[in-house]
Structure formats: structure tokens, C-alpha cells
Design a protein around this ligand. Structure first.
Ligand SMILES: NC(=O)c1ccc[n+]([C@@H]2O[C@H](COP(=O)([O-])OP(=O)(O)OC[C@H]3O[C@@H](n4cnc5c(N)ncnc54)[C@H](O)[C@@H]3O)[C@@H](O)[C@H]2O)c1
Length: 340
């Protein structure tokens, strides 16, 4: 078992290589009351032993759970079962579940402890770590949320075996992003014939941990984690969420690499490495030419726009992120022209 310590607004550990049954039993015996939040479709995969202090709340699968009505159901269950400040929540599932359960924990009694057992690659390397929690509003994703770190992140690698190919690939986009912004060794590991998931996940979590230890509330440094995300988020929305987050980010990464080549000297071979690695994991690397006007409109309305400027993270070389604060429309068009 590997352990990575996080020191943001609270101190906690990410444990990689745990046995989920043992850890669930451990939390059940340690907590006064424990509410387990899990999507219905995962209850076949993960058996939870009943105990008198455990309350299991089944939620819908995927994005449908990040909804105010589902949150109300959780708040009601917390109320009926008299959850107090020392009681805890455990989220078991992908990033949608950690976002929902974390937000429930953040809002109940102005914040109770929660733990997270991520079951998708995207959640293991990204969503479960860093304390961002959220639900969706009718027109947008993640606008209603809070920063509220979990008290532990418990990663059982065996969950990856049942994960669909598309979900595994989507998670890989975030792994590849972390390799490019901060740890070239991740990219080398991804190019091997046999993937060492334990090592790859461990290194990726370390990249995120280092960033959030420095800048938990995203005043500036944390923005490097948004590499590929400015265009990625816009593509996700433009596709009406038919593309997975990681798939949209994949296209955004190639675009950001092209911007880096144009504006801060990223070499062509490094841009090519983006395309090669992402395609190796069956991730999309192009988007329709005629969608640029719509993407520009969405990017301009993004919560991260400052002084009407669309901001991007670029790279001058692997491991060296650059803040691109002033990218003009012509430059965006030129870089976009290379990804369609
Ligand atoms: N808070 C953050 O910092 C952060 C970061 C990135 C993404 N997110 C959020 O995370 C969500 C995306 O995460 P995701 O890709 O994990 O999506 P998800 O939680 O919707 O899970 C994807 C699918 O995989 C299924 N699944 C989960 N574990 C499985 C397993 N072990 N075996 C088989 N199927 C399994 C789920 O039921 C679902 O159908 C989005 O809502 C996004 O906004 C949050």
C-alpha cells in the first residue's frame, strides 16, 4: 500500500492499493454514524455489510446524481437519522459521486467529515483529491459548490477491472495532463507495453497533491491543473455532454499544446507526443471546424474569464507550464485550425 500525504486546509492521506471491504468495515466500526452514498449500479459490485450505525443512500448513476433533488434526499436522510458534527459520510463511486457526497458533507451542519473511495480512474487521480465539491445547475456544470477536503481517500485498484474502456480512457486524459505539466516519468510509464497502474496513479496523485498543498483555493498556481481545460470545458458543453469530461479535455490538451508551440516555444515533437499518447488511449484529438464560434462564446462565459480575456495554460516544455493571459482571437483561430 502506498500513502501520499496532503496538507491543504486539513491534513489527510491518499492510500493507494487498499482493500475496499476492509476499509469500509474499518470506517463502520470507527464512526459514530456513517452514511454511505453510492450509485445504484455499483451496489452489485460493492457489497456493504449492514450495521446499525450505517445508512446506505443509493443515488442515480453518472451526472444525474449531481442534482439538487438528489441532494435534498441526502439532506433529509441526514436529518431523519440525526447526523451530528461527529458523524461521517463515505462516498463510493466516480467523480460525480465524490462531487455530490462531498458537497452534502460540506453543507450539512456547515461541514462534517467525509471520506472517499473512488471507483473510476478519473476520480482516483482527480475528482476525489483536492476538495472541490459541486452539483450542477440546469444549464451548467459545477457552478454550485464548495471547497471541502475529504478526511481520507481510499483507492482500491481492483475497481479498475470492471470499468468500461471509455471511462478508463477518459481518466487517462487527466493522467496524461499531469505528466505534461509536471512529471515526464508518467509519460514514459504510459508508453510502456504493460501499464503499472499503481505507479502511474501514485505519481499522478503526487502531482495534484503538490499543487493543492501550495494553492488550495486556486488563487493562481492551481490553475496549472486546468491545462487543456479552457477549450475542454467548452467542448464538453458544446457536445451537450455527449463527450466525457476526459474526452473533451483530450482535445483541449492538443489545442493547448499547439498554443504553447505558437506562443512559448513548445517543440513540435512534444506537440506530437500529446497526439500520440492521447490516441494510444483511444481519446479524440480533433473537433469540428464549424464549432469555433460556439466554443468562443462558451469560453467567454466561463467562470475563469478575467477582464474579458480568455485565459489558457500553455507549456514552454514538458513540466514547464506558462500562464497565457492575453491570447487574441487570431491566435485562437490558428491553433484551432490545427485540431480540426
Ligand atoms: N471535484 C473535482 O476536482 C473534479 C475533477 C474532475 C472531474 N470532476 C467531476 O467528476 C465527474 C466525472 O467523473 P467520472 O468520470 O468518474 O464519472 P462518473 O462518476 O459519472 O462515473 C462514470 C461511470 O462509471 C461508472 N462506474 C464507476 N465506477 C465503476 C467501476 N469500478 N466499474 C464499473 N463502472 C463504474 C459509473 O456508475 C458511471 O456510469 C464529473 O461530474 C466532473 O465534473 C470533479
Amino acid at each position: 500500500m502506498k500513502r501520499i500525504k496532503i496538507n491543504s486546509e486539513i491534513k489527510y492521506s491518499v492510500k493507494i492499493g487498499i482493500n475496499h471491504q476492509g476499509e469500509i468495515a474499518n470506517l463502520q466500526s470507527r464512526s459514530a454514524k456513517l452514511m454511505i452514498i453510492i450509485p445504484s449500479n455499483l451496489t452489485q459490485l460493492i457489497k456493504i455489510k449492514s450495521s446499525k450505525n450505517t445508512f446506505v443512500i443509493k443515488v442515480p448513476n453518472g451526472e444525474k446524481q449531481k442534482d439538487i433533488q438528489v441532494l435534498r434526499k441526502i439532506w433529509r436522510a441526514l436529518e431523519v437519522n440525526e447526523f451530528a458534527r461527529n458523524d461521517e459520510i463515505l462516498a463510493i463511486g466516480g467523480g460525480a459521486t465524490s462531487d455530490l457526497a462531498g458537497f452534502a458533507a460540506a453543507t450539512w451542519l456547515r461541514g462534517i467529515k467525509w471520506h472517499v473511495m473512488p471507483t473510476t480512474l478519473a476520480a482516483m487521480v482527480d475528482a476525489a483529491i483536492g476538495g472541490k465539491t459541486a452539483i450542477n445547475s440546469p444549464g451548467s456544470k459545477n457552478l454550485i459548490g464548495a471547497f471541502h477536503s475529504p478526511s481520507s481517500v481510499l483507492i482500491d485498484l481492483s475497481f479498475l477491472q470492471s470499468l468500461g474502456k471509455r471511462d478508463l480512457s477518459a481518466g487517462m486524459a487527466e493522467v496524461i495532463k499531469c505528466g505534461f505539466i509536471a512529471d515526464k516519468k508518467i509519460l514514459d510509464l504510459l508508453e510502456k507495453d504493460v501499464l503499472n497502474f499503481s505507479e502511474i496513479i501514485c505519481r499522478t496523485v503526487k502531482v495534484k497533491a503538490k499543487v493543492i498543498n501550495k494553492d488550495f483555493k486556486e488563487s493562481k498556481y492551481r490553475e496549472i491543473l486546468n491545462y487543456g481545460h479552457t477549450l475542454g470545458h467548452a467542448i464538453e458543453k458544446d457536445s451537450k455532454y455527449k463527450l466525457r469530461h476526459g474526452e473533451a479535455v483530450s482535445i483541449g490538451l492538443v489545442f493547448a499544446a499547439e498554443l504553447g508551440a505558437m506562443k512559448c516555444g513548445l517543440s513540435q515533437s512534444e506537440v506530437d507526443r500529446h497526439r500520440q499518447l492521447l490516441s494510444n488511449f483511444n481519446l479524440p484529438i480533433t473537433y469540428a471546424k464549424n464549432r469555433l464560434p460556439s466554443l468562443l462564446k462558451i469560453m467567454k462565459s466561463d467562470k475563469k474569464v478575467k477582464n474579458d480575456q480568455i485565459r489558457f495554460i500553455g507549456l514552454s516544455k514538458t513540466g514547464k507550464p506558462v500562464w497565457l493571459e492575453a491570447v487574441n482571437q487570431q491566435e485562437i483561430k490558428r491553433a484551432y485550425g490545427r485540431i480540426c
